[in-house]
Design a binder for this molecule. Structure first.
Ligand SMILES: *Cc1c(COP(=O)(O)O)cnc(C)c1O
Length: 390
């Protein structure tokens, strides 16, 4: 099938909830992929921060293939090896004692929200259930997580939303203090807001907030669905801020293309959820976890250092380009404010030129595969430069 046929069949049968690009991709390797007609693209998007090892990485393909030939699924009523091993690696590398595996970022956040509410219920009884999130945040698409998302346009049509969410302005500790009350059980934040525009929170704000939460026995949930698993040059972004959140959620990069979500629990709340309180049919799937193990085995100090260096190189090169007013983000999570141009129009021109990029609010957003080569980076940046001028 050619691109047009593939697209038409999709449009005939798939619910139209996505503003898709007019493009189909059939194969790829590393950060390079191809349309059915053989047009080549450099990938600065990694399937929205998912393909951390790029397309069809050899080690990852081997890991999941070997596992799928042994056993593909058995449910959480039994034990499998990869799931426990992946949890063990996460525990060893973070010092957090417990992990729960889900299938997506939204699900991981649901688990975090439930944990906070039960934690508070057990200690303080009913009524201390409010969760404060940040304006411009994004936490997912389920009813609870769109309610948690601090963007008004998500809060339409689906009333009634989940009770007990409040929104504070990012980097404004006084606004946060004014929202905290005897009803607050948790604060939930992204350290670099992804969908909200690649906004990195201030170091001092984050530390002060963490301290405030500790003093008031409010759980601090850090949503690392986009920032986690090496994206910012550390295994988790919270390491940049010198804090220890109570709950850390992850997803996107952890599976390198297969669906997985995860929750890390600090000892402060590792014993809150008990049998029957939470569960999932697919979570902790052995094939997906085998892929996750491959990723974590690759993310050593040298790899993370390379992520930092490649991110810095990209930012420095982008800052030299015409038509750029600001570059934001951490590691290989990069936001670009185009001067006097519409970000979506620039991203569309990038596609025409053979470069995949994303938008986040009024910025261009880049989330290249962490394994992208310097040659691929240079090739992609050349296209970006042209797209920004055009
Ligand atoms: C993508 C994202 C989510 C939602 O993840 P899904 O896997 O789409 O449910 C939640 N939080 C953040 C920060 C994200 O970037």
């Amino acid at each position: 099938m050619n691109s047009v046929e593939i697209k038409e069949r999709d449009q005939n049968h798939i619910l139209g909830t996505y503003a898709r690009n007019d493009l189909c991709i059939v194969k790829g390797k590393g950060a390079t992929c191809y349309s059915p007609e053989g047009k080549k693209y450099i990938d600065f998007s990694s399937g929205i921060g998912v393909n951390s090892l790029g397309f069809s990485d050899d080690g990852w393909v081997k890991a999941i293939t070997e596992q799928v030939q042994k056993i593909q699924h058995i449910s959480n009523l039994f034990y499998t090896e990869p799931c426990g091993e992946l949890a063990e690696v996460l525990v060893k590398r973070t010092g957090y004692p417990k992990v729960f595996f889900a299938n997506s970022g939204a699900e991981a956040n649901e688990g975090a929200i439930k944990t906070a509410r039960k934690y508070s219920f057990l200690k303080y009884g009913k009524g201390r259930h409010e969760i404060i999130t940040l304006v411009n945040s994004f936490h997912g698409r389920t009813l609870a997580t769109i309610t948690a998302t601090g963007q008004d346009h998500y809060h339409q049509y689906f009333d009634p939303f989940v009770e007990g969410f409040l929104y504070a302005n990012a980097n404004d500790i006084e606004d946060m203090k004014s929202k905290i009350s005897e009803k607050t059980c948790a604060v939930m934040i992204e350290l670099v807001q992804g969908e909200g525009g690649v906004n990195t929170l201030d170091q001092e704000y984050v530390r002060e907030l963490s301290q405030l939460c500790k003093e008031k026995d409010i759980l601090l949930i850090v949503d690392e669905v986009q920032t986690g698993i090496g994206r910012t040059g550390k295994l988790f972004a919270f390491e940049h801020f010198g804090i220890q959140p109570d709950v850390v959620t992850m997803a996107k990069g952890l599976g390198s293309g297969l669906p997985i979500g995860g929750i890390l629990f600090h000892s402060s709340c590792a014993d809150v959820l008990k049998p029957g309180d939470h569960g999932t049919t697919f979570g902790g799937n052995p094939v997906v976890c085998a892929g996750g193990l491959e990723i974590l085995s690759r993310l050593d100090e040298n790899f993370l250092q390379a992520v930092t260096e490649k991110g810095e190189f990209m930012k420095a090169e982008i800052l030299k380009m015409e038509g750029v007013s600001e570059v934001t983000g951490l590691g290989m999570m990069i936001g670009i404010m185009p001067s006097g141009k519409d970000a979506k129009a620039v991203v569309n021109r990038c596609l025409d030129l053979g470069l995949m990029a994303l938008t986040a609010k009024d910025k261009i957003r880049l989330l290249p595969p962490l394994t992208i080569t310097i040659e691929e980076i240079k090739e992609g940046l050349e296209k970006l430069k042209q797209a920004l001028i055009g």
